[in-house]
Write a protein that binds this ligand. Structure first.
Ligand code: 1QQ
Length: 412
């Protein structure tokens, strides 16, 4: 926890007694600003109380390769929406709790946000594996959760307060197989790899395997690993012996990058399809030149032509000096859904008349009722909280000759 989170937590605890029984946003962060040059200390009572939204994503651990990108997107959203009027004049304040890469950290982050920071809702956690443990806690506390990157089957069904803006493996994964078959219609033998200690990887590999069966493509071997592994010699050697002409991998970023590197070093030259764990430029330094050619399905294109994506992309490029990746667009979108649902509710009902519990319940209903024009395109939700999204893409990784720089090239 950093100083400002500490500050806001202390404030939350102190204020909660005073505010008990009072209506209104429960957390004022006005006196908790950075004292830096850009932020002179605010006079007490100068600003209306900000609306606290919890961000419980992986900022440390191996999952941070993906989680930090969503954090970056959420930060852009906070600035963007506050510069554009906040929630009908009230500022939004993101409260960050590192959910790291394991279930216990995600549970801790959720509990702190729900009971101490008293957030109106939570964006998180980063992985489906964590969601299956942490989300039931928010659901029982009746706090709306939007998963920015939880793609495993079954996440929205965890409970009525759980939604996601991440399109599920069921709709995302098969797109990259189609692209592989287009590039090489002669694929005959497929080797499938997946991380067996991760709910998303297990879920995604089932979808890949079902899609391969539908295409009547024989799976010549099924190899398993752990997301924490870095040595894949045994599995890679065994698979390559069977002469596959397509390798399909479901894992997270660091493990998948190392696996690709070792498969290539052992001489495999055929196509590789990577799952959602490959969806980050943070994989480039892991497999370097050997990442080249990997196919990855994407739920976001930086080229998507609508004004909100234009604004997001410009702000992202200005701040992070690169094109926004999918995980950042999803982090932005999750915050956007909260902001727009809050605006709509506040316009019709002046939310500050309600208790926090009532605000959370109304917010959950409004999230599910809305339609949102986002960097991911237009999205809405099923009554279960499953995202309905229209456009999907497939990209191929292109590395330069040195292996130091790479990009996702979107296929037609
Ligand atoms: C999930 C995923 C991961 C790749 C996100 C970090 O899609 O866990 O559902």
């Amino acid at each position: 926890m950093n100083f400002w989170q500490n500050c806001s937590m202390g404030k939350a605890t102190r204020l909660s007694g005073i505010l008990l029984g009072l209506s209104g946003w429960v957390l004022s962060l006005a006196a908790c600003q950075s004292p830096g040059a850009d932020n002179p200390p605010a006079a007490t009572n100068a600003a209306p109380p900000a609306i606290p939204l919890g961000i419980a994503l992986a900022q440390t651990s191996n999952l941070a390769l993906l989680g930090q990108e969503s954090v970056n997107g959420a930060k852009i959203a906070e600035d963007y929406f506050n510069q554009n009027g906040g929630v009908n004049g009230t500022r939004l304040k993101l409260i960050f709790q590192d959910a790291a890469g394991d279930e216990a950290s995600a549970i801790n982050a959720f509990q702190t946000l729900i009971t101490q920071a008293r957030v109106v809702g939570i964006v998180g956690p980063s992985s489906s594996q964590q969601a299956f443990s942490a989300n039931p806690i928010a659901d029982r506390a009746r706090v709306p959760v939007i998963g920015p990157t939880n793609t495993a089957k079954g996440v929205p069904e965890i409970g009525p307060f759980i939604a996601r803006v991440a399109s599920p493996v069921t709709v995302l994964a098969p797109n990259s197989l189609q692209a592989a078959l287009k590039l090489n219609p002669n694929i005959k033998r497929v080797a499938v790899f997946y991380a067996q200690n991760d709910a998303f990887s297990q879920s995604e590999t089932i979808i890949f395997q079902e899609a391969l069966k539908r295409q009547q493509l024989p799976i010549v071997t099924l190899q398993t690993f752990q997301t924490t592994d870095s040595d894949f010699q045994t599995q890679a050697t065994a698979a390559i012996k069977l002469k596959p002409d397509l390798i399909v991998i479901s894992g997270l970023a660091a493990d998948s990058g190392n696996l690709v590197r070792q498969i290539r070093e052992l001489g495999y030259a055929g196509l590789i399809v990577g799952g959602n764990g490959f969806n980050t430029p943070n994989i480039f330094p892991v497999c370097k030149q050997l990442c080249d050619g990997v196919l990855v399905a994407q739920a976001y294109s930086p080229e998507h032509a609508n004004p909100i994506n234009q604004a997001f992309r410009d702000a992202y490029k200005k701040r992070y000096k690169q094109e926004p990746p999918q995980f950042s667009a999803q982090g932005f979108t999750a915050v956007q859904v909260f902001v727009e649902a809050l605006r709509t509710l506040d316009r019709s009902e002046k939310l500050n008349r309600y208790s926090l519990a009532e605000q959370r319940a109304k917010l959950n209903q409004q999230i599910l009722a809305g339609t949102y024009d986002t960097p991911l395109g237009e999205i809405s939700f099923t009554p279960e909280g499953e995202v309905i999204q229209k456009q999907f893409y497939v990209a191929q990784i292109k590395m330069d000759a040195t292996g130091d720089k790479g990009k996702f090239v979107f296929l037609k």
